[in-house]
Every structure is written in structure tokens, then in C-alpha cells.
Design a protein around this ligand. Structure first.
Ligand code: NAD
Length: 314
């Protein structure tokens, strides 16, 4: 099997590449390195089953070329920064929805009909029941990023219905772990590195979300991709519980050893406009496939903190 991984030089994408190579796939990566880093995939560059294209999904010619002779596309590329939408309002439209259109259309032209998509829990919006099952609806996202994910899901299922594609759509919880390049733990470690006397936390710290360790995430993707065969396979991927931002701040302070750091909250119930303060996905459907996670939220947070301190250095 030959897989194309879009965004394969990114945080989750690079772990997926490792998993695919271990499973015997030939892997091509397309990435424009906007938030990705060659350092995350350099260990595969000598492998003849691996190749890298420096290309941009917003350019149809780049993706048309990359989808030739491919059996399945794992579409992981996107703007990862939900906050950016509050300032630049067309990023998620272009890097999310239009990029997904370009992929689907180039797949159709090149006769590739299997797509695996990295969606997000934020498609459910703010007032979803918790834990949120896959069949909750209507989905009413409150961020531009969430809108681009839901729009992409709609394009994907329409390519299934109209052109006979097969799709695996994964709505991720917060994914954390080794090689993390963004997110709350990464931000806290950098803040403490700059000033170890204080740690500013956006919001009141009571935001509470599910965290999933990145290797747990990519293994779940591979397990479900291999074992489910519906035209559209929609799964939440997360862990069994949640962890509050307050608890994350305490764990980061503890692991960095900066025990005198004052944890200061900026106030308000959320970190930024469009943030969803509380989120927990139902993972019953994932569990029903026989897959379970190795880490729950707090253990994933502590493990990630240790890994990132090692990677970033204090
Ligand atoms: P990331 O930024 O590390 O990875 C995204 C990759 O896509 C980067 O390597 C970037 O350079 C590349 N990219 C972006 N725009 C591109 C373009 N136009 N052309 C080619 N390459 C492009 O982010 P991540 O955390 O690894 O996220 C991977 C996917 O998972 C994204 O789709 C993201 O929306 C989704 N997701 C992530 C989380 C999370 O908690 N990290 C949660 C839900 C969903």
C-alpha cells in the first residue's frame, strides 16, 4: 500500500508516518513546512520506501502531482492555531476547506478513492452533551477553524456519495505528546523558561478538556482504518476522562521544578474567543472496535510535560 500523508512533517503527521512505515506502507509526505519541521521526519529520509514533497495544498498542481499512484491519502495538514482565526479570517477557509477540496478533486482525477481525515472535537460546538457521541447534531462550531473542519467533512462525505469514495473521519480530542510544537503544555513550558517566577494562564483555569497521547491517537487511526469498511467511518478519538487547565499548570510547574512560580489567571471562562471551555468526547465507538488508549488525560499531560521539557530544554 502506498500512502500519501499531507502535513506529514507536523506533530501528529510525523508520528503517523512512523506508524505507517512500521506497518510496511510506502509513504509519501507533502508538506509546505509552514508549521512542520523536517527534523520530525529526517530519520526516514534514507528509507527507500519514503519520499518527501515540499508542496502546498492550496496549489492544485502540487497536490495533483502528489496524488499520482497513491492508494490512500491521510489528510493531516491544516492551520493548527485555532486562535489565528480571530485575527486573519481566511486562513482556515484556505488552509482547511479549500485545501481539502483540492485534495479530493486531485484524488478523483487520479483515481484514488480512500481518504482518512484529521477532524476535531470542535465541530460539535459549545452546547453539546458530554461526553459527546458521534451522532450528536446539529454540529454548530463556534470557531473559524471548527467551521473549516466541518466544511471539510461535508466535502469528504459528498465525494463519498457522488464519486464512490471511502472515508475515515476522525474527530480528535486535544492531542499531546512527544514532538509537540504548539498547545497549552508547550506554551506553559516556554513561558516558565522566559520567566520562572510566574506562569500566566489564559482564562480562569477551569477549562476542562480530554487529552489523548499522540501515539495512542495514531495507533487508533491505524486500527480503525484497518478494521472498518463502511463508506463513511466516523469516529471520535480521545481518552476516558478530562484534565483542567489549572491541573495542567500545576503539573508543568511541578515537572519544571519552578515550584515558586506564581500561577496567575487572566480570568474569564475561556482562553480566547472561539475557545470551547469544556469538552469531552464519547469514545464508546472507538472502544467497540477493540482499541483502547494507554494514557488517560492526566497521565498524558504528565508524560508530555516530561517529553517537552527534554526537547525544549529549560
Ligand atoms: P501541525 O501544525 O504540527 O501539522 C500540520 C502540518 O500541515 C504542518 O507540518 C504544516 O507545515 C502542514 N501544512 C499546513 N498547511 C499546509 C499547506 N497548505 N500545504 C501543505 N502542508 C501544510 O499540527 P498537528 O497538531 O499535527 O495537527 C495535525 C492535524 O490534526 C491538523 O489537521 C489539525 O487540525 C488536526 N487536529 C489536531 C489536534 C491537536 O490537538 N493537535 C486536535 C484536533 C485536530
Amino acid at each position: 500500500m502506498r500512502a500519501l500523508v499531507t502535513g506529514g512533517a507536523g506533530f501528529i503527521g510525523s508520528h503517523l508516518v512512523d506508524e505507517l512505515i512500521n506497518a510496511g506502507y510506502e509513504v509519501n509526505v507533502i508538506d509546505n513546512l509552514s508549521s512542520g519541521d523536517m527534523a520530525l521526519i529526517n530519520h526516514h529520509m534514507q528509507n527507500e520506501k519514503f519520499s518527501f514533497i515540499n508542496g502546498d495544498l492550496t496549489l492544485i498542481d502540487d497536490i495533483m502531482h502528489a496524488t499520482k499512484d497513491i492508494d490512500v491519502v491521510f489528510h493531516m495538514a491544516a492551520n493548527p492555531d485555532i486562535r489565528l482565526g480571530t485575527q486573519i479570517t481566511d486562513t482556515d477557509l484556505k488552509q482547511g476547506t479549500i485545501a481539502t477540496y483540492n485534495i479530493l478533486e486531485s484524488m478523483r482525477v487520479n483515481g484514488v478513492n480512500k481518504i482518512v481525515f484529521a477532524s476535531s472535537s470542535v465541530v460539535y460546538g459549545e452546547d453539546a452533551p458530554m461526553p459527546t457521541p458521534e451522532n450528536h447534531g446539529p454540529c454548530l462550531p463556534i470557531s473559524l477553524y471548527g467551521a473549516s473542519k466541518l466544511g471539510s467533512e461535508g466535502l469528504i462525505t459528498s465525494w463519498v456519495g457522488t464519486f464512490g469514495f471511502q472515508a475515515w473521519i476522525f474527530r480528535f480530542a486535544n492531542i499531546i505528546g512527544e514532538r509537540g510544537t504548539h498547545g497549552v503544555i508547550f506554551d506553559f513550558i516556554h513561558k516558565l523558561k522566559r520567566d520562572s517566577s510566574r506562569l500566566e494562564v489564559l482564562g480562569n483555569g477551569l477549562q476542562e478538556k480530554s487529552y489523548m497521547e499522540v501515539k495512542d491517537c495514531v495507533r487508533a487511526m491505524m486500527h480503525i482504518f484497518t478494521n472498518t469498511k463502511e463508506p463513511v467511518n466516523l469516529f471520535n478519538l480521545g481518552s476516558h476522562d478530562t484534565c483542567s487547565v489549572r491541573r495542567i499548570a500545576e503539573i508543568v510547574v511541578d515537572e519544571t521544578g519552578y515550584h515558586d512560580a506564581a500561577i496567575e489567571y487572566t480570568g474569564g471562562d475561556r482562553g480566547w474567543a472561539g475557545d470551547i471551555p469544556k469538552a469531552m468526547l464519547s469514545i464508546e465507538k472507538m472502544l467497540s472496535t477493540g482499541y483502547d488508549v494507554n494514557y488517560n488525560s492526566e497521565a498524558a499531560v504528565r508524560h508530555t510535560t516530561k517529553c517537552l521539557i527534554e526537547e525544549i530544554g529549560l
